[in-house]
Design a protein. Structure first.
Length: 184
């Protein structure tokens, strides 16, 4: 696999790791301690926060924001403008009015399992798990866990069906569509 490509306008901090064959496009930022796997695409204006872990062959479309505490397993798709948050109780100041600092909040952990997709403009609230091969519809706000192969839409996101590994709708969790069963 070829060496990683980082566009001259992108910023990859020195302690970040970008895997071979990964392409980091214009104005993207990959913070210290982040790990981006092999063969990924990090689109224009994407923000990958400190300590984020992104598996191999993921695609983060333009303007996606993935904050500290997030782990994306291999093959995850993050649509344009999607956000993976990290703070369930955000405040700029403490109760005494002093500015909040690093020690004044707890990073929420969020896991997006293998092959899952987050649609354009989706928001994933800290502390949830998106199951393997699940699909989050465009603009959905995910406030609770999504099962493997689950299809969720809306605000708050609700389960409306199931999807095959290829993304087509199926009748139940873990099922495959006719096209995939036929090997195609």
């Amino acid at each position: 696999m070829s060496e990683a490509f980082v566009h001259p306008t992108a910023e990859v901090e020195p302690s970040a790791v970008v895997g071979p064959g990964t392409r980091v496009w214009r104005h993207a930022q990959v913070r210290a301690g982040a790990r981006v796997g092999a063969g990924c695409i990090v689109g224009k204006g994407v923000f990958v926060d400190a300590g984020v872990v992104i598996g191999a062959r993921c695609k983060l479309q333009n303007g996606a924001l993935v904050y500290r505490g997030a782990t994306l397993e291999e093959g995850v798709f993050v649509g344009p403008g999607a956000i993976v948050t990290n703070d369930r109780v955000p405040r700029a100041v403490n109760p005494d009015g002093s500015p909040k600092g690093e020690a004044d909040w707890e990073v929420g952990r969020t896991l997006v399992r293998r092959g899952a997709s987050l649609g354009a403009g989706a928001v994933v609230v800290a502390g949830v798990t998106i199951g393997a091969w699940a699909m989050v519809g465009a603009g959905a706000v995910v406030t609770r866990d999504v099962p493997d192969h689950g299809l969720v839409v809306g605000n708050p996101a609700r389960l409306v069906g199931w999807v095959c590994r290829c993304g087509r709708r199926v009748a139940g969790a873990g099922m495959t569509c006719e096209r995939c069963e036929a090997g195609g």
